[in-house]
Write a protein that binds this ligand. Sequence first.
Ligand code: AMP
Length: 490
Amino acid sequence: MKFSFEIRDFVDVDFHTEKIAVVGDDYKLTWSEFNSRVCELSGELLKNNIDQVNRPVIIYGHKSAGMIVCIYACIRANIGYVPVDIIYPAERIKKILHQSGAKLILNTTDQKLGFENVHEVLCSSSIFKETLQKFSAVEKFTAADDSLVYTIFTSGSTGEPKGVQITTEAVQSFVRWMCSDFGFSSYDVFVNTAILSFDLSVFELMTFGAIGGTIVLTSRAIASEPKKFMDHIAQYEGTVLIATPSFVLPYCRMNGQEKLESLKCFLFCGEILPNSTAKNLLENFKNVRVINTYGPTEATVATTIVEITKEIVSRFDSLPVGVSKPESKLLIEEGEIVIAGPNVSIGYLNNPDLNAEKFVMRDGLRAFKTGDSGYLENGMLFFNGRNDDLVKLHGYRIELNEITNALHSVQGVIQAATIGLKRDGVVKKIVSLVNVENSVSDSVMLKNELAKTLPHYMIPADIKFVKEIPLNANGKADKKLLTEIYLSAR
Ligand code: AMP
């Protein structure tokens, strides 16, 4: 039987096998079960003309096998989807609904979200088909040449999350590269760590399907306990672990690596891979490959790859991030890394001004100005940090201004600024400074207000009260001075 998902055309997998395709935190699916559920759901979506609605579908949940079924059903039916994890507070989901114009939520949890004017289907329930039929597709599809596979919302400096739109062309280019240059096969068991709203998860999400392997989802409850996580990998004989370097740090300091004898590869992306982490993994995990990759969500997961060997670890203090995938090009323009190629997004959703600034054409190819600085040595890219307010904390991408904007919308806050405190050039802590009216008396109340709109990882570790926010010559918050004020007030 052929699985009619274009990206799958690379490989021939027998879908009647009883091999496991998906391990969710709810249930497991063999390839034949997975295939029939995807076909059934995509059939329902098509029968109800949901592909005719030129709006994406929200897929809501957390690490359930049902979420993977929904995603593949949307891909199969050529319907763009927006993955939304349960860690997002309701106000943030409302913003995503508003921006995307989504009218249908495939909810893979048991709890209704209950937003007005949105049709919501609980995909875990048996009434799923009937409720879906009540959704009427009234708008007509205005066919895009290159249809969207997904839109991933990242932190936005204006206070609104930014929707990065990724097309079929971009995903196919990414998957071709994954299938050719990473040495993976259908025997691989891809262990997921990132939530499905982050593009890091697209590594395993698209690759297991394209290659006919297995995806093992890791819930937050398991990911937060190293011992449980190790048992999880051992139980499902994980071979490829996809994570940010921050995530694996505890495993470098633990014993018991022998339990993980199935593991063949650590695949990293999303933040600096410290030399010490790579060295430790190569010493402690025998016969494991350590692969570093680099790229922003705007260029579909990753654009460069390098296998970090013992030789590279001893040669470079700051490890390289890799050479470009063959279909793309890396340019360095005044120190800034620019990525050109078919993997580049067609732009942020409804954001023409920012698109004009960040998405450009180079050599006839779509290109993205990353905001990262770096340099090339014989085609090998080295990452040199950022000069703007986008930071990575524990692997999470955060625009500091989004936190500041959220503080400004809390009643009683007159002025606010947010800074990232660094150690060895890496942000270790986010703090905000606020000037408030007398009505605001404690930072716990401010954090509670922030938690209504921001996910937990964006809540500053500390909020300090100040009489005023000092400004620099450009009239912007003077972050250098604010850092000094914060550190001296501790
Ligand atoms: P995201 O869109 O969440 O993947 O974040 C993209 C940003 O993460 C990039 O623009 C870089 O600043 C940073 N980044 C991604 N990969 C790496 C890497 N291998 N080394 C250093 N920074 C990275």
